[in-house]
Design a binder for this molecule. Structure first.
Ligand code: OSB
Ligand code: MG
Length: 404
């Protein structure tokens, strides 16, 4: 069902970005001097089966439901992906809440509005609290549109400095240790530079022990997705013997305070994912050493501009960052590749090849792993890949088009 809405635009004043975290100026792209105006937005709720199931401490999924955002302006089209899923398990947002917030609040604040630069898009959403994944989807589409209009790769507009990025994988909870070992063996054979294993109570210490036993001293980390409490501190301290790169989000999804207490009791660095959903929260976490590493996901923090601020904040404090993943299709995945070219992304991310997730992916060419365990950054304008709109169409559950 396509609904065509005409004249729904409300212009809003674009307030300046909060200055306190702007430690480094955004890259100035000299190419584009004219204003960017989005004159059409298309939202598509899509569902795609996963190549393999994915299980975390909050459950197992076999397919992925998300929103593809397309923005048109000046004869070009930019693409974004909303990394919500059907259920509010990773975060409180769902594809339905994102659809609602996009339709009622975010599209009206951006459609037909003139922006000098995509960094102005997130501030234009300031009245809307939270809903970072919905905001990011539209904001990131605007960055792609801007880069395409400027005729340069997105990585350049973001201020990136790399032509390849280091790739790691996140391996979900399996039915047996042997099955997990076989999965890891295949990923290492493919060339991935780091293995992340999902853990939860009852699938943790013995899991890491068996991985170390079979694979030796590979770059290894774990992610608990908030499955433990401070009561488990002693239990988690057993992980210290395995020389892990880090333990990701061991405690509650919104917690900082207990993570700081836990970090004092662990040698293994804590990396925060879920808890870091605003720049303020990141500043708090770093001030109390709730973590020594941060995972950046643009969907979680509100888009590319916020991710750049977070990246810079961490760089100033000598906190390494890496790029997380949300089982994105090629659209979100390619955004992640471009963002990962910023200098403080010094650890391999959860940004891996398309074939691990969707076959076929929604983009051409698909994301591929190179023999050295890196992914090449597309060099064409914008995302630098073409979106297979026929495949998007086939996966579409619901669509709407809005014009200025
Ligand atoms: O916690 O990093 C996470 C997937 C969905 C939701 C949360 C997470 C993940 C992953 C998979 O770990 C990363 C990926 O391969 O895209
Ligand atoms: Mg995580």
């Amino acid at each position: 069902m396509i609904r065509l809405l005409v004249g729904c635009v409300r212009a809003s004043s674009s307030s300046p970005a909060s200055g306190c975290y702007r430690t480094t100026e955004f890259h100035r792209c000299a190419v584009k001097n004219t204003l960017m105006r989005i004159d059409r937005v298309e939202l598509r709720l899509v569902r795609l089966p996963l190549v393999q199931f994915f299980e975390t401490s909050f459950g197992r999924i076999h397919d992925r439901e998300f929103i593809v955002v397309m923005v048109d302006g000046d004869g070009q089209r930019g693409y974004g992906e909303c990394v919500t899923d059907r259920d509010p398990y990773y975060s409180s947002e769902t594809s339905e809440t994102a659809w609602h917030v996009l339709m009622e609040h975010l599209v009206p604040r951006s459609l037909g509005v003139e922006f000098a630069h995509p960094r102005e898009v997130f501030p234009a959403f300031a009245q809307v609290r939270g809903h970072n994944m919905a905001k990011a989807a539209l904001e990131m589409a605007a960055w792609d549109l801007y880069a395409r209009q400027s005729g340069v790769p997105l990585s350049q507009v973001l201020g990136g400095c790399r032509t390849t990025i280091a790739s790691g994988v996140s391996v979900g909870i399996q039915d047996s240790l042997e099955q997990l070992g076989d999965k890891i063996a295949a990923e290492l054979a493919a060339g991935y530079q780091r293995i992340k294993v999902k853990i939860k109570p009852g699938w943790d210490i013995e899991v890491v022990q068996s991985v170390r036993k079979r694979f030796g001293d590979i770059p290894l980390m774990v992610d608990a997705n908030g499955a433990y409490t401070l009561v488990d501190a002693e239990h988690l301290a057993q992980l210290d013997q395995f020389n892990l790169m880090m333990i990701e989000q061991p405690l509650d999804y919104d917690d900082v305070h207990d993570h700081a207490k836990l970090q004092q009791r662990l040698r293994t660095p804590i990396c925060l994912d879920e808890s870091i959903h605003t720049l303020h929260r990141a500043a708090e976490a770093l001030a109390v050493t709730a973590c020594r590493i941060i995972n950046i996901k643009p969907g979680r923090i509100g888009g590319h501009a916020q991710s750049i601020h977070l990246h810079n904040m961490c760089a100033e404090r000598k906190i390494p960052v890496w790029h997380g993943g949300m089982l994105e299709s090629g659209i979100g995945r390619t955004h992640n590749i471009h963002l990962s070219t910023l200098p403080n992304f010094t650890l391999p991310g959860d940004v891996a090849a398309s074939r691990r997730y969707f076959e076929p992916d929604l983009i051409d060419p698909p994301v591929e792993l190179q023999a050295d365990g890196t992914i090449a950054v597309p060099a064409l304008p914008g995302l630098g890949v073409s979106v297979a709109e026929d495949r998007v169409e086939r996966a579409t559950q619901r669509a709407v088009t809005l014009v200025a």
